[in-house]
Write a protein that binds this ligand. Structure first.
Ligand SMILES: NC(=O)C1=CN([C@@H]2O[C@H](COP(=O)(O)OP(=O)(O)OC[C@H]3O[C@@H](n4cnc5c(N)ncnc54)[C@H](OP(=O)(O)O)[C@@H]3O)[C@@H](O)[C@H]2O)C=CC1
Ligand SMILES: O=C(O)[C@@H]1CCC=N1
Length: 273
C-alpha cells in the first residue's frame, strides 16, 4: 500500500486557488483533512474551510506548526504575509511553496530568514478535478526531498514538471491563466451553436465534450494537433470553412498575443518588467 503523505500542510491565504488545491488533494486522498490548516484574513473563507472539515487558525503564526506552507495570497500581499511568519520560521523544518504569479524565488527568500527552503509553483484551477497543469522551480536551499514533496502534492492532482525559474512567467501565461482562455472558447463555441438554432444546454454540453475529447486526442496520442485538425478538415467540407474563418479573424494570433500579455503581466507583478 502506498504511504500516506506524512507532512502537515498549511495554507497562507485561503482564496480560489488554495481552495482548488485543498479540495483536489483531499479528493485524491493525498492527505487527511486533519493534516491541512488554512489561514485567511477573511472570516467567511475560514468558515468555508471549516465546513469542509479542514483546520483553520486565527493568525498566520499558528501555521508554523505545519511543515509545508503554501503561500496563496495575491502577489502584492506577499511581503506582508511573509513578514507575519518570519519570526517563527525554521529553515531546517519549514518548506515554503509559493503559488504567487510573478514573485521570484529570490524575492521570496529575501522576505524569510537566511537559507530558507523555497519552491515556486505555478498551478491552475483544474487542481480541483485532478487535471491540473503545474510547473515548479526549486530555490537553492530546497533539497531533493523538498522537490519530491512538491511533486507528490501536485502530481496527485495533475501533471507536474520542474522547469528553470526563468520560464515560470511564460508558464503562467500558458497554463496558469490558460483555463480562462479555454472557458472563453467553450462559451463562444456554445454561442455559435445557439446562433445557429441549438438549445443553449445542448450546445454547451456539445461544446464542452468537444473540447474534452479533442484535448484527450492530443494528450493520449503522438499526433501533432495540426495533423489531428487536418483529419477533421475534409476537402471542400464544413470544417475547412470553419477553420479558414478562424484564420481570417486571427484566432491563433489572438491566442498567442493573450499568452504574451499574461506572461508580461506576470513579469510586471514580480517587478522584472
Ligand atoms: N486563481 C488562479 O487561477 C491562480 C492563482 N494563482 C496565484 O495564487 C495566488 C492566490 O490567488 P487566488 O486564490 O486567485 O486569490 P484570492 O484573492 O482568491 O485569495 C487570496 C486570499 O488571501 C487573503 N489574504 C490577503 N492578505 C492576507 C494575509 N496577509 N494573510 C492571509 N490571507 C490573506 C485574501 O483576502 P482579501 O480578499 O481580503 O485580500 C484572499 O481571501 C495569487 O498570487 C495568484 O497569482 C496561481 C495560479 C492560478
Ligand atoms: O490572473 C492571475 O493573476 C492568476 C495567476 C494565474 C491565474 N490567475
Amino acid at each position: 500500500m502506498e504511504q500516506r503523505f506524512p507532512f502537515k500542510l498549511g495554507f497562507l491565504g485561503g482564496g480560489v486557488m488554495a481552495e482548488a488545491i485543498v479540495r483536489g488533494i483531499i479528493e485524491k486522498k493525498l492527505v487527511d483533512r486533519s493534516a491541512v490548516t488554512v489561514y485567511d484574513v477573511v472570516e467567511s473563507r475560514l468558515e468555508l474551510f471549516q465546513k469542509m472539515g479542514v483546520g483553520t487558525c486565527k493568525n498566520s503564526f499558528e501555521l508554523l506548526d505545519s511543515d509545508v506552507i503554501v503561500l496563496a495570497v495575491k502577489p502584492d500581499v506577499v511581503p506582508e504575509a511573509l513578514r507575519s511568519v518570519k519570526d517563527g520560521w525554521k529553515p531546517e523544518k519549514h518548506l515554503l511553496v509559493s503559488i504567487c504569479a510573478g514573485v521570484g524565488i529570490g524575492t521570496l527568500e529575501s522576505h524569510l530568514v537566511s537559507k530558507s527552503k523555497v519552491i515556486r509553483v505555478m498551478p491552475n484551477t483544474p487542481c480541483l478535478v485532478g487535471e491540473a497543469a503545474v510547473a515548479f522551480s526549486c530555490g537553492s536551499f530546497a533539497t531533493a526531498d523538498d522537490q519530491r514533496i512538491v511533486e507528490k502534492i501536485f502530481s496527485s492532482v495533475g501533471l507536474a514538471q520542474c522547469v528553470p525559474e526563468k520560464l515560470l512567467d511564460a508558464v503562467t501565461g500558458v497554463s496558469g491563466s490558460g483555463p480562462a482562455y479555454v472557458y472563453m472558447f467553450i462559451e463562444a463555441l456554445a454561442d455559435g451553436g445557439v446562433l445557429n438554432g441549438l438549445p443553449r444546454d445542448v450546445s454547451l454540453s456539445l461544446a464542452t465534450q468537444t473540447v474534452l475529447g479533442a484535448a484527450k486526442m492530443v494528450a493520449s496520442g503522438n499526433e501533432h494537433p495540426a495533423k489531428l485538425r487536418n483529419a477533421v478538415e475534409s476537402p471542400g467540407g464544413t470544417t475547412i470553412h470553419g477553420t479558414s474563418t478562424l484564420e481570417k479573424h486571427h484566432f491563433r494570433n489572438a491566442v498567442i498575443q493573450a499568452v504574451t500579455a499574461a506572461t508580461n503581466r506576470a513579469k510586471e507583478l514580480g517587478g522584472s518588467k
